[in-house]
Structure formats: structure tokens, C-alpha cells
Design a protein around this ligand. Structure first.
Ligand SMILES: Cc1cc2nc3c(=O)[nH]c(=O)nc-3n(C[C@H](O)[C@H](O)[C@H](O)COP(=O)(O)OP(=O)(O)OC[C@H]3O[C@@H](n4cnc5c(N)ncnc54)[C@H](O)[C@@H]3O)c2cc1C
Length: 300
């Protein structure tokens, strides 16, 4: 079947943009995951429009990959098409207090641009390793900030390949949630509004947050950041630690001793190890405290 799909895709994109059986461990911060049957880099909205309407019409499974920092791909891989937005989608433009960025731009680079322009509001995002697209989908946040506080408009493509502009009120933002978790749009571009601030202070805040991350988070190991969402009135890491799971291991997956909210890959973890450890954590925390931990990490 995928030979046929590949032939069709070549009508709209160059063959060199399509990889077959691409190991997803190369594209995820967890450094695990089997092969994606087809891995396609996208270089224009026109080609994306044709490809997305074809894949949707034919019911061919597809998945939009950002920087792969919040996903866990199974060891079997993905029997479908991974769509990866290329450098044409990583522009960052500033006009007055507004920044407009392509979905593939890194949040760290957008935060840097904001700092260079003395715009405040995005300092919290400097250390989040995702893209603008992935961050918007997740409503990524840290240190009391989240992207919903600055986003005013999103340009996205629907499954028919049509481009739509969504205003803030339509984005249904909540804690680690947005409309994009419910409706399969592809985010193309995001506009953010910030305030004028003091450049030195903005830079200092970014440096302080980075320092705090290095001290508190196991950045030296592959992970997908916080494995679980913050349960109401609790902190996932604290519950996991108090349930006695600090340093708990399954194969190459381990509860970080530095920050129990992170499951890390100590080197040779499989996705199955990580999933088994996550299930063990969920069961132990539920049995000990009666609290349900919901994964933040998206499984593919
Ligand atoms: C060390 C570390 C620290 C982290 N710290 C934080 C933190 O402080 N706060 C926080 O919120 N997160 C944090 N994360 C998690 C992660 O970086 C964020 O969730 C980030 O926003 C994910 O972006 P991404 O581009 O990597 O998305 P991916 O992981 O590639 O994808 C995540 C989801 O977004 C979807 N997606 C990606 N691009 C698009 C698009 N263009 N259109 C539609 N859907 C899209 C994907 O299909 C998937 O469902 C951390 C991760 C790591 C590894």
C-alpha cells in the first residue's frame, strides 16, 4: 500500500523529500521509537494542501511532527506518514509588539527574538525545546507563563487542505490543551502579542529560568520533559517521590532522581520500558494517594 502512497506523493513533492522506514528515535527527544513507514518533509503550503487532502480522503494515517520533544513513539514504529514542516516554516517576523512565527520555528528562537526586540511575555518559553506548532498545540508553559497568554491568532490548514485563520477566542486554550487536540488542523503560523519591556531584565529572567532548569531537571538524559500533567492541587513529581518511586527502573527507563516528574532514558530504553514504567507509576500513585496521573506525553 505505501508503495502506492509514495508514488502518489511524488506527484506533489520531490522524491528526495520522502524517506522510507525512517527511525523515529532519531527525531524524538526520548531517543526511542521504531520506523515511520514514510517520513515526508514539507516545503510549501501548496504541496501540504494537496498532500493533506489526499491522505485524509484516502484515510491514510498521518502525524504532524514538531521537534519531537513531547512524543513517545512505539518500538513498532508508525504505519503511516509523518509530516515534518521544513525550514520554510521556521521564519520569525516582528512588527511593533507583535511577533509572527512559522510553526517550525523553535520556541527558544522566538523567545530570543522577543528579547532582542525588548518585548516581554515569552521569557518562560526560552528553555522549552519544542516548536511554535507543537507548543501551540500543547499550550506549552513554565514558571507561571503559557503560550495562550501571548497568542492572538493562528493560521492553520484543515483536512481539506484549506487555510483558516483562527482568533484567540476560538483556540479553546486550557492547561496543556487547545482546540488542536480535538480538531486535526495543521498549525502553519502563530501571531503573538507582547509588551515593551526592559531588555536587560528580560534577558536576566531568561538566564535565571535556564539556570533553574539545569539545577532541577535531568537535562543530561533523553526525556520528553514532564511525563505527566500536573494533577489538580498536587505536583506529579512530589506524588511520585512520596510514593517511593524515586530512581525506580524498568529496563532502560528510570524515574529521574533529580526530578521525579521526569521519566528518563538511561541509554538503552525501549518505548515498551517507558510505557511499563509509566503504568507502574500511575498504579502506585493511585494506590497510595488515590490520584490519577494523566500522561502529558503523546503516544504514537
Ligand atoms: C527537557 C524538556 C523540557 C521540557 N520542558 C517543558 C516545559 O517547561 N513546559 C512545557 O509545556 N513543555 C515542556 N516540554 C515538552 C515539550 O517541549 C513541549 O510540549 C513542546 O511544546 C512540544 O513541541 P514539539 O515541537 O517538540 O512537538 P512534538 O513533540 O513534535 O509534538 C507534540 C504534539 O504537537 C503536535 N504538533 C506539532 N507540530 C504541529 C503543527 N504544526 N500543527 C499541529 N500539531 C502539531 C504533534 O502532532 C503532537 O501531537 C519539555 C520537553 C523536554 C524534552
Amino acid at each position: 500500500m505505501f508503495e502506492e502512497v509514495k508514488k502518489k506523493l511524488i506527484c506533489w513533492t520531490k522524491e528526495e523529500n520522502i524517506k522510507e522506514n525512517e527511525p523515529m528515535k532519531e527525531h524524538t527527544s526520548f531517543r526511542v521509537g521504531g520506523p515511520a513507514r514514510l517520513f515526508l518533509s514539507i516545503h510549501s503550503c501548496e504541496e501540504l494542501s494537496k498532500i493533506i487532502s489526499y491522505l485524509s480522503q484516502e484515510n491514510i494515517p498521518y502525524f504532524i511532527l514538531g521537534n519531537g520533544t513531547n512524543i513517545l513513539v512505539s518500538d513498532e514504529g508508525f504505519q503511516g506518514v509523518i509530516l515534518y514542516l521544513g525550514k520554510e516554516f521556521s521564519y520569525i517576523k516582528q512588527e511593533g509588539n507583535m511577533i509572527t512565527a512559522g510553526a517550525a520555528a523553535l520556541l527558544s528562537q522566538v523567545a530570543r527574538k522577543a528579547m532582542e526586540e525588548s518585548l516581554t511575555g515569552l521569557e518562560f518559553a526560552a528553555g522549552i525545546p519544542g516548536t511554535v506548532g507543537g507548543g501551540t498545540m500543547m499550550n506549552a508553559g513554565a514558571y507561571g507563563g503559557e503560550l495562550s497568554q501571548v497568542i492572538t491568532q493562528v493560521t492553520a490548514m484543515n483536512q481539506k487542505g484549506e487555510i483558516q485563520v483562527l482568533e484567540k477566542e476560538e483556540l479553546d486554550f486550557g492547561y496543556r490543551k487547545s482546540i488542536f487536540k480535538k480538531i486535526p488542523y495543521i498549525i502553519l503560523q502563530v501571531t503573538m502579542s507582547m509588551k515593551q519591556g526592559n531588555q536587560e531584565e528580560i534577558l536576566q529572567t531568561m538566564v535565571d529560568y535556564q539556570k533553574a532548569r539545569k539545577e532541577k531537571q535531568p537535562l543530561e538524559y533523553p526525556s520528553a520533559g514532564s511525563t505527566f500533567k500536573r494533577p489538580r492541587n498536587h505536583y506529579a513529581g512530589k506524588l511520585i517521590m512520596e510514593a517511593g518511586l524515586r530512581g525506580c527502573e524498568v529496563g532502560g527507563a528510570k524515574v529521574s532522581e533529580k526530578h521525579c516528574g521526569f521519566v528518563i532514558n538511561t541509554g538503552e530504553a525501549t518505548a515498551a520500558d517507558i510505557i511499563q514504567l509509566m503504568e507502574k507509576i500511575q498504579k502506585t500513585v493511585k494506590d497510595t494517594f488515590g490520584v490519577d496521573l494523566e500522561p502529558e506525553v503523546i503516544r504514537l
